[in-house]
Each structure stands twice: as C-alpha cells, then as structure tokens.
Design a protein. Structure first.
Length: 399
C-alpha cells in the first residue's frame, strides 16, 4: 500500500493543482473577453480535469507530457487550423505582428516599420514590433509559403519550446532530483500561465525555454553552450539580457575564468549580429519599435496594462511614471549590488537571482502584463530543482 508520507502526498498535491488549473480554464472559457482564450479554455479544462484522476493511475511524470499535448498543443493546432480556414479571432495580436515581421524582412530587409509608416496605418498598434530582429524568423514560414495551419507562427514557437524543454530536462537529469525536474516541467508545460500563452500567442515561450536551457548548460559546466542558448534568446527578446548578465557573473566566478570569454562572445555577440541588418537598413525604425514603443513613447500606448504595482503607480500617483521607473532603477541597483557582493557559485543560485530581477522588472515597469510572470515562476522552479544539489556538476565534453 502506498504510504501517505512517500508517494501519495505529492500525487494529491498535483491533483489539487490540476483541479485548480481546470477551474481556471473553465472560468476562462465562460468569461474571457478574448476569443482565443475562450477557445483555449473550452479544450483545456477537460484535460486538466482528466489529469486529476490520471495522476493516480499513470503516475506524476507521465501526466506532464500528456497535459502539455492536451492543454497547449491541441488548442494551438485547433486554433491554427480554424484561423487558416478563415475564422477570425483565433490568434492574439502578437502572432500577427511576428508574421508581419517575417514578411517585412523578406520584402524590405528589415522587420520594422518607420514611425511615419506606422502612423499611416489604419491600426498603428499592429504596425509596432517590440521584439528583437530574430523574432522575425518565426514569421518566415508564412512569408514564404502563405496561409496554412503549419505556417502559423505559434506552431514554430511550440516546436522550439518543446525541443528546448526536452533538452533542458535531459541536462537536468544527472544534476537535479527527479521531483525538482518535474516541477520545472510542470511550470513550463502544465501551468495555464504557459499553456494559455503558447496556445494563443506564444512568443515568450521560446525565449523562456532557451534561457532555461542556458542555465541547464551552466549547471552541466558547459559555458559556450550556455552562451549560445541565451544569445539566441537575446536575439528574440531583451528579457534574456538579465539572464545573460547573471550567467556571465557565474562564469567569471568559476575556474578557469577564461571560459567566461566564449560565453560572453556567444551570449552578447549573437544578439548583436542579429541586430546589424536592422540597424544598417533603418536604425530609426528599430529604435521606434524596440525601445520607444515599449517605454511608452510610441504613437499609441502599449496594450500591456495589467494592474501590477508599476502600472498602478504610473496611473494614480502624480509623476507616477517617473516614480515607478525610479523604483525600478532602485530595485535593479539593489539586486546588482547583492549580485556583486555575493555572486552566484552555482546554477541554482543564478536562477534565484534571475527570478528576483525579472520579478522586480515585471512588478515595477509601468507597461507590463500578468503573463510575463511565467519567467520568474519558471526560474523559481529551476532554483528549486537545483538548490539541493550537494555535488559538483559532472564533467561534460566541451561544447
């Protein structure tokens, strides 16, 4: 008989978590004002509800890939097929924006529109592309082959996400307890924060999983591979920059220090290389899209307006935007000071620093959204997985 203190308790906790996920998905299906979200909820709540029982029948570990397939991939494919058949409202705006980036890259050599070109659009918001140039790669299939379910940018977000997550799990297996690795998989492949995002929009998931993969490479003492992974993430979104900086400090405090050089070249060189064509073609357009618009100086306001502290301060306190940015700067300085005085000595500590920094940024930035919390949640799960490791990482073949 299974002991309550050994195997049954974690299954009960998982079942409770899946029941809460099912409730969230059901409420989303009934009440969301966003059609892609309602479509996701209508499918996902059934899968989450089934998982409450399946966790006792097939085990905690086998449930995770099934849930990922049923709550992220299945709704994504359903919505992609419906969208290709002409049904509107089956993708969030960021999917259209990324696909347009790919088309512009093919036809003009840059994924960005100038400020004047954006102003001339009937809906200027959709003209903005607040990403790094590498994100346009996910729009190239539609630019090359036209409208089809498999050219939907979300399909390629999912391909990269699944590959990076599977690779990350294989790297963690020798250096993290299986229960800890399970929490990382659940954070990325099961929680609605991620499955809803991947099924309806999805651009954050490749960035997140590439960053997690970079930390997993660092845990296996492979700095060059870590630099390549986080560099690719940085070519997609600036969210990867704090991860790269923390991992650089980790590399500098691991002997031999000279191995921090290939890490830095890859981590910061890849985003710079991706940036060169856009800067040569239209530097003003890049600045308008990637810097002015996210900072609130575009022609229209960013739709990222979740009622987190930074947004509430900016909207309700005199001079609130400056106050929020000052608090963000202060938080950044405090974390940086702590980082320099007590640098991370392992990948688990690095994950904790990344989680703290991203949480501060998400909470205090004037234009933000709840969905971005998937980053610190996943890094906290990774910290949890690595924190109990009491042995050095096994020597791996150099990347």
């Amino acid at each position: 008989m299974v002991g309550i203190g050994t195997d049954l308790r974690p299954r009960l906790l998982d079942a409770l978590a899946y029941a809460l996920c099912a409730a969230f998905a059901g409420v989303t299906a009934l009440t969301s004002t966003l059609p892609p979200h309602r479509a996701w909820g209508a499918i996902a709540w059934i899968a989450y509800a089934a998982a409450v029982a399946l966790v006792f029948v097939i085990g905690r570990f086998r449930v995770v890939p099934l849930l990922f397939a049923a709550t992220a991939l299945l709704p994504l494919l359903v919505e992609a097929v419906q969208r290709s058949a002409g049904r509107t409202g089956r993708a969030q705006e960021e999917v259209l924006v990324v696909e347009q980036m790919g088309e512009r890259l093919v036809h003009t050599g840059t994924p960005y529109l100038s400020r004047d070109a954006i102003a001339a659009l009937p809906e200027p918001l959709l003209g903005y592309a607040p990403y790094q140039p590498g994100m346009s790669a996910f729009g190239l299939p539609r630019a090359a082959f036209g409208e089809a379910w498999w050219t939907d940018a979300r399909v390629w977000f999912a391909v990269v996400t699944a590959f990076c997550l599977a690779y990350c799990m294989s790297l963690l297996r020798p250096v993290a307890p299986s229960a800890g690795a399970l929490r990382v998989a659940q954070a990325v492949a099961v929680l609605p924060l991620c499955t809803l995002t991947l099924a309806t929009g999805g651009d954050d998931l490749p960035v997140l999983t590439l960053c997690l993969l970079a930390v997993a490479f660092a845990a296996r003492d492979r700095p060059l591979a870590a630099g390549v992974a986080v560099g690719l993430a940085g070519a997609l979104k600036l969210f990867a920059l704090p991860v790269a900086l923390v991992l650089l400090i980790l590399a500098l405090h691991r002997p031999p220090r000279r191995r921090a050089v290939p890490f830095a070249l890859a981590a910061f060189g890849i985003p710079l290389l991706a940036l060169i064509p856009a800067l040569l073609t239209g530097p003003a357009a890049y600045l308008e899209n990637a810097l002015r618009f996210p900072s609130g100086h575009g022609l229209v306001t960013s739709p990222a307006q979740s009622p987190l502290p930074g947004h509430l301060i900016a909207g309700n306190v005199p001079g609130g935007r400056i106050v929020a940015l000052a608090l963000l700067l202060l938080a950044g300085l405090l974390i940086a000071a702590r980082l320099l005085r007590h640098p991370p000595t392992d990948a688990g500590a690095a994950s904790a620093y990344v989680a703290a920094g991203l949480t501060a940024a998400i909470m205090l930035t004037p234009s933000t959204r709840f969905g971005y919390l998937l980053y610190p949640v996943a890094f906290l799960a990774l910290w949890w997985a690595l924190r109990s490791r009491d042995r050095p990482a096994p020597t791996a073949t150099p990347a």
